[in-house]
Design a protein around this ligand. Sequence first.
Ligand code: CAO
Length: 426
Amino acid sequence: MTVLIEIKVPDVGNVAEIDVVEVLIQPGDVVALEQTVATLETDKASMDLPSSVAGTIQQVYIKPGDKVSEGSLIATVLASTEQAVVAEQAPAAATIADAPIAVSLPAMPVAPEPKAVESLQAPEVTTGKAHASPSVRLFARELGVDVAKIKTGSGRKGRILKDDVKNFVKKVLTDGVVAAGAGIPSIPAVDFTPFGETETLKLSKIKRLTGQNLTRVWLNLPMVTYHDEADITDLEAFRNALNGEKAKDELKITGLMFVIKALIAAMQQFPNFNASLSADGESLILKKYFNIGIAVDTPNGLVVPVLRNANSKSINELAVELAEKSEKARLGKLLPSDMQGGCLTVSSLGGIGGTAFTPIINAPEVAILGVTRAKMQPVWNGKEFVPRLMLPLDLTYDHRVIDGAEGARFMAAVKHYLADIRRLLL
Ligand code: CAO
């Protein structure tokens, strides 16, 4: 035997109008005793309305945005007579007046955090003041999400709804933000208006993605930067001679092309530099190809096109390819495939200036070579000081793969080739 039972709004403690924030059932749903069927809210309080009986929802009489009051019909449930008896014996549902005020809820005990969604946990200190109903909080906890991270929801007055929690999870997974920073306190937001006028500009997509990637690398890789200088006096004379032979409108060769060639020769000598750690950190994947990434400065941010198989291309071919790719980069026309497959990256600020910097590795590569401006310097040759053109180089390496001595030897090899590029022929 079955009976039709009505779920009604219980004692509301003299509140005339209650907002329906969320309706969690529809006809045909099977509900358990005490299962939340709707979220109601007054100016001061929020509550999940439980079903007073187990059964099948026949009809739903409310929708989000409706106003209800004590005794309003919420839904009808088709229940067995046994379930109806259980319902009658069950303690009365909590009244709204008894329900905790959403904004003053004590911090919920955090459920064990599933590994895959670690990054959903707030690395920042949470306030516990997120505007969300108990059922939404429970749902968020089940997914390992700290609702305080969602800040504002799409519900009335910024209330966080289940869909906001789902969208938050989707966004975090899409952004691929890794949990490495979990537990690191975030930098608190500052109101600058007391100090003067400000203007807020949206970051370009490239800047946002680069920022996420750099943070990920910074947090995950134990990086060491080693500085040295290469004597490029003879190389510069050769380069000037080469450029002097070129027609006026022909593409000139910059020192960067020779740096690429010297780098490849050193990578051939030290294969650990042409490698990536496996995801589990247990093995090293050695690459047998030589694709060099070049950091290019564009109006929208930094991008790294890759010169594929740079070992088998001539200096002129590399110059033409880099000119084409950096032009494409500045016009925002690089394809994802133009930026994939790099083995090692060069970041050259030499056209701008500088004496040294500490570039961040373009992981999963294991090193990056920074270059700043070459400068004439007095160098002691054993008898006297002689003027030499010295090129500052900065090698950042992943210390899990490269140890200090190997880093220094690699740099010595790069310098060796740049000091006399005839050695590249040997
Ligand atoms: N020392 C002295 N002069 C240098 C030099 C160096 N290390 N490197 C370049 N120059 C000179 C060039 O010879 C050229 O001189 P001319 O105008 O007389 O021919 C001039 O500076 C401009 O060079 P360039 O920068 O246009 O060319 P490039 O091949 O050296 O570099 C590219 C190309 C794409 C790497 C560069 O244009 C660029 O975008 N650099 C910025 C990269 C960046 O932002 N890195 C930071 C990333 S943070 O890790």
